[in-house]
Every structure is written in C-alpha cells, then in structure tokens.
Design a protein around this ligand. Structure first.
Ligand code: FPP
Length: 252
C-alpha cells in the first residue's frame, strides 16, 4: 500500500505544486549515500572531506522527505564491509556519525522524527558512539512522525543470518518457518519494505543493503555524488517513482 498514511508534514497543495501526486508518495524511501570519496577526490580534497560534505545532503534529504510526508526514511551509513577501509577513514566515520547525531538529534526530535539503528553492535563500534546511539534512540522513541533508520554496521546478509540464528535459539520448528516468522527476527520488524531506493554516484549495485526488504522496491540510480544531493533530487526520484508500474509479480 503506497501513500496511504502520509506524515503530517506532507501538504497536498505544496506536493501537487512539485508535480507530484500526494496519494502516491512512497511510504518508505531508502538511500545509498554513495560517492563522497569521489566528490572529494575530484576537488583535490581528502576522502573524509567528502563525507563531511555529505552531512548537508543528509539533512536536506531528511527535511525534503518530511516535507513530502514520507513516513519512513532509511540511510546506509556504514556497512559490515566498510571495516576494510583504511583505519583513519573508519575512525573518522565513527566519530562523524557520533557528531551528526549530537548535532542534529534535538532538531529532528523537535520535528517528531523517531531515530532507530539497524545493524550489529559489535566490539569494533566505539563505546562513546554506542552511548550516543542509545541516547538518541531513547530520546526519540516516542515520536510518531517519520521514522529515520540509520543502517550502521549493517549488512543485508548479516541481518538474515542474525535473524535465523535468533530464530533457532528460540527453538522455532521448521514447520513454523515462514516469511512472517523470519521478519519478526529482523532488526526492525515493524519497518515496511522500502518502496523506493535511491543510489547516488552512478553505481548500479545494491551492495548488501536491505537485501530481503528490497525484493519489490523500485530502484533509482542517479549519477550525482552524495554531497551534491538535495531535496530537489529526492522530488525528482519520487516523480520517476510515481510513473512506475508496480505489479509485485502480478498483472497490471
Ligand atoms: C559512501 O561514500 C558513504 C559513506 C561510507 C558514509 C556516508 C555517511 C554519512 C553521510 C553520514 C551518515 C550519518 C548518520 C548519523 C545518518 P564512499 O566513501 O563509498 O564514496 P566513493 O564510492 O566515492 O569512494
């Protein structure tokens, strides 16, 4: 079901003025924020400066989604494979995520955004980041506006493996295994599957992002690098999404 329960931020007239149908706003948009490193390299900057420039893009995308009344927005902030990057970059990204949360959580909280984290809490994630994550989740847990899911130390395969392991620990019998049962063990069982996935930077890959949940998502790939992404690009992606024919394996 698409656009049936839009957030209160979505004002129909404003949405129509953008050339969008307010009844077909995707309920869940997920973003692969790619191209920070290349954006920086093109400018003769350090890769980490590309990540830093991605902060403004992120905030603009969140605000754009709120304006459209999108109920769920998810972003791929750090993958289970990103640990293989140079130590300095990994260290930067850990602190960067912490600083973004500290810098913006009050503003997002005031806008009614619930922030949640999807991924593995393992020993490599610094304690001080975990503390800020926990505080942020607790602070915003009661919000009923948009849910902003940060996929951090996240891998689609890891999520499926973790769910299967937890299911086995619970002693679920083979006869009881179904899509519904497995989903109950995912990191965010109440999260609807993304309707629309946007990947920046001209790469045509899923890169282990929400593998199970993307089964019937509409995919949009844009050549622009993440630091240049703004709410206009989000609107453009939703415009393209609205002319797609979603059949979910059935017939039109
Ligand atoms: C991919 O670009 C981007 C990342 C690995 C990190 C993006 C993270 C943020 C913008 C911060 C998110 C934080 C919160 C709290 C939501 P890349 O390094 O793969 O770029 P490249 O492909 O050009 O090398």
């Amino acid at each position: 079901m698409v656009g049936a329960r839009r957030g209160k931020g979505g004002d129909d007239e404003r949405i129509r003025a953008l050339g969008l149908d307010p009844r077909r706003i995707p309920r869940h948009i997920a973003c692969v924020m790619d191209g920070n490193g290349r954006w920086a390299q093109q400018r003769g900057l350090k890769r980490t400066e590309g990540h830093a420039a991605g902060e403004e893009a992120l905030l603009d995308a969140v605000n754009g989604a709120l304006e459209l009344g999108v109920r769920w927005l998810s972003v791929y902030a750090f993958s289970t494979e990103n640990w293989s990057r140079p130590t300095d970059e990994v260290r930067f990204l850990m602190d960067f995520n912490r600083r973004i949360l500290l810098g913006h959580r009050d503003e997002l909280h005031a806008k009614g955004v619930r922030i949640q984290f999807l991924g593995r809490r393992d020993w490599r994630v610094p304690r001080r980041l975990l503390r800020v994550i926990d505080e942020t989740v607790e602070l915003t847990a009661g919000n009923r506006g948009m849910t902003f899911s940060v996929c951090f130390n996240y891998g689609g395969r890891a999520e499926i493996i973790d769910a299967v392991a937890a299911m086995m620990r619970d002693g679920v019998s083979a006869e009881k295994v179904s899509e519904k049962t497995l989903r109950r063990y995912f990191y965010a069982p109440d999260m609807p599957d993304p309707d629309l996935v946007i990947r920046t930077s001209g790469e045509f890959r899923i890169s282990n992002f929400l593998l199970w949940e993307l089964a019937y998502s509409e995919l949009i790939f844009t050549p622009i690098y993440w630091p240049d992404f703004r709410r206009e690009h989000l609107v453009e992606a939703v415009r393209e999404y609205q002319v797609r024919d979603r059949r979910f394996g059935g017939l039109a």
